[in-house]
Design a protein around this ligand. Structure first.
Ligand code: 5RP
Length: 229
């Protein structure tokens, strides 16, 4: 099975278990993607049954779904803090993540890192021994050429992410372009994360190192919960 090919049931199982962590009165960071969509729907059902929460969305997509299922939303600047963030990932190894398959990693990292507790939900096809998924790098418009050169200097092969039903590149919710940097097996995710962050013109990259509190892994057999310090 290749990464990202996991079953819908496995995604849903992980998402619904994680949604049970949402406490009454909580401010919840709502991640982006097909796995998180199951969590947003589960939280919506709990809201319909009386749970009081406020959601802080990481993308237009998660905001639209949250509204559709009845979760009240607040902008990040209007909340005192985030109690719990629930988000998906493209690849997981040793508690570190590659995110940004939906080009939402800039706001995802902002909100996930701000949360008191950050819970990741994945199906078991996302698990790897070492991270080797291409790392999405959001860049300022016009900076894509110089940032691509710096990614090559770091040993990566950058590809400007192209839109599928629009001519030209993907433009993120915040107006940035995305370079997917293929570094092969990432020997030291912390070092690469710091190197990418230091490149002028980089807005945010999709390596999430040392941020996770728990990972819910869904499979055909159930859900495994991995807690991290
Ligand atoms: C979006 C993300 C997603 O969480 C990641 O791409 C996983 O998506 P999915 O649950 O659809 O596999 O990082 O930017």
């Amino acid at each position: 099975m290749k990464v990202g090919d996991g079953s819908t049931d496995a995604k849903r199982r992980a998402a619904e278990r994680a949604a049970e962590e949402v406490a009454d009165g909580a401010v919840v960071g709502l991640g982006t993607g097909s796995t998180t969509a199951h969590a947003i729907e589960a939280i919506g059902r709990a809201v319909a049954e009386g749970l009081e929460v406020r959601g802080v969305a990481t993308s237009r997509q998660s905001a639209a779904l949250a509204r559709a299922v009845g979760i009240p939303l607040a902008p990040l600047e209007a909340v005192d803090g985030i109690d719990l963030a629930i988000d998906g990932a493209d690849q997981v190894a040793d508690g570190d993540l590659v995110k940004g398959g939906g080009a939402a990693h800039t706001r995802e990292k902002l909100i996930d890192a701000a949360a008191e507790r950050f819970v990741v939900i994945v199906d078991d096809s996302k698990l790897a021994d070492r991270l080797d998924w291409p790392v999405p790098v959001a860049v300022l418009r016009g900076a894509e050429g110089v940032v691509a050169d710096r990614i090559r200097e770091l040993g990566g092969e950058p590809t400007l992410r192209e839109a599928e039903r629009k001519d030209g590149p993907v433009v993120t919710d915040d107006g940035h372009l995305v370079l997917d940097g293929d570094f092969g097996t990432i020997e030291d995710p912390g070092e690469l994360a710091a190197d990418l962050s230091a490149i002028p013109g980089v807005v945010e990259h999709g390596l999430f190192v040392g941020l996770v509190d728990a990972i819910y892994v869904g499979s055909d057999d159930g859900v495994e919960v991995r807690e991290y310090e």
